[in-house]
Design a binder for this molecule. Structure first.
Ligand SMILES: [Zn+2]
Length: 342
């Protein structure tokens, strides 16, 4: 059969049907709907049937008629859609409404979970009189180690498996304490700051460890600052983040940049301290390291440790974020995949 003629016939018939729908007394949406079904229904639509014929043609014919039939389909689907919009417009009889206008684009996307948590925490600390600071991710050994009571041969500098840009002086900061030493060097007490930021360590990535991660650092220096202030601040922020029924446990822990150092655990929310998979049967989850800023740290930053004292804490934010959003693999936070929805 002459395919060209068949296509021409279908076009004529379609034009005719559309004209009738427009002028006829029964011009209504259902007629346009009926036309759509007649030509495009999946089962017996006239044009659908034509498309089904395509694979049976020779390859030359397919090359010739494939695009023609596709264009035919696109053109008349659009035409029918357009006629429908015009009909609906007439029904409303309101010339001020332009139903053909495209819709405003849908809002899509969310802030990254880590960004959400950082903003929430910043809000809390700003309310309590803290300033939010940032510092460079590429840092000098001086601010990252030496001023923090960590001389180069200190075992902690080995333990941290630092990523160096130029050994031994330029590196990717291993903690946000590097910004703490910058603040203590450049500002005089009273100091109350928080520092959210990305840190880097030479780790092999797995479910719970990544070579980069977020820390949230807090620093307070003033006359008469004690452990009592540190504990109260930590109690408050954890209750703010995890609810009033949050129970914290404080225990002695060694960190070179503070003395005394204090580890902080939170009672597992899932099992109330009994032990479960989330807390690895411990009943407690390690939240952060903290302590009173070391005498030497204050001194090397130019603050008189005989007059002033202060505390500092640093939380790994990724675990907070993973707990809060139920994310089981830290790599999801940095992978750029869009699988998770909140
Ligand atoms: Zn548990």
């Amino acid at each position: 059969m002459d395919l060209n003629k068949k296509i021409e016939d279908i076009k004529k018939e379609l034009e005719n049907d559309l004209q009738n729908a427009k002028n006829g007394s029964n011009a209504n949406n259902s007629t346009l709907d009926e036309i759509y079904v007649k030509y495009f229904s999946k089962k017996h639509g006239v044009i659908t049937e034509l498309i089904k014929e395509l694979p049976k043609l020779s390859s030359d014919e397919r090359k010739e008629f494939g695009p023609i039939i596709n264009d035919l389909q696109d053109e008349y689907k659009n035409r029918i859609g357009h006629e429908k919009i015009l009909q609906e417009k007439e029904q409303y009889e309101d010339p001020t409404i332009d139903l053909t206008m495209p819709l405003p684009p849908k809002e899509s996307g969310y802030l990254h979970p880590t960004t959400q948590v950082i903003r929430e925490m910043n809000k809390f600390f700003r309310y309590h009189g803290f300033s939010v600071f940032e510092g460079p991710e590429v840092e000098t050994a001086e601010f990252n180690f030496r001023k923090l009571n960590l001389p180069e041969d200190h075992p902690a500098t080995d333990l941290q498996d630092t990523l160096f840009v130029t050994q031994p002086e330029i590196l990717l900061r291993t903690h946000t304490s590097s910004v703490e030493s910058r603040v203590l060097t450049n500002y005089r007490p009273p100091i109350r700051v928080v520092i959210p930021g990305k840190c880097f360590r030479n780790e092999t990535p797995n479910k719970t460890n990544s070579s980069f991660f977020y820390q949230y650092q807090g620093v307070v220096v003033d006359k008469g600052i004690t452990m009592k202030h540190l504990k109260a601040t930590l109690e408050l922020v954890h209750k703010f983040l995890f609810g009033e029924d949050t129970i914290l446990r404080f225990r002695y822990k060694y960190y070179p940049e503070v003395s005394p150092g204090m580890g902080v655990d939170m009672q597992c929310k899932f099992c109330k301290g009994v032990g479960c998979d989330v807390c690895k049967q411990r009943g407690w989850i390690e939240m952060l390291g903290s302590g009173m800023i070391h005498y030497n740290t204050l001194k090397s930053c130019g603050i008189d440790p005989e007059v002033y004292s202060g505390f500092a804490f640093g939380m790994g934010l990724d675990r907070h974020v993973m707990q809060k959003f139920g994310i089981s693999d830290i790599r999801k936070l940095y992978g750029g995949g869009l699988v998770y929805k909140y």
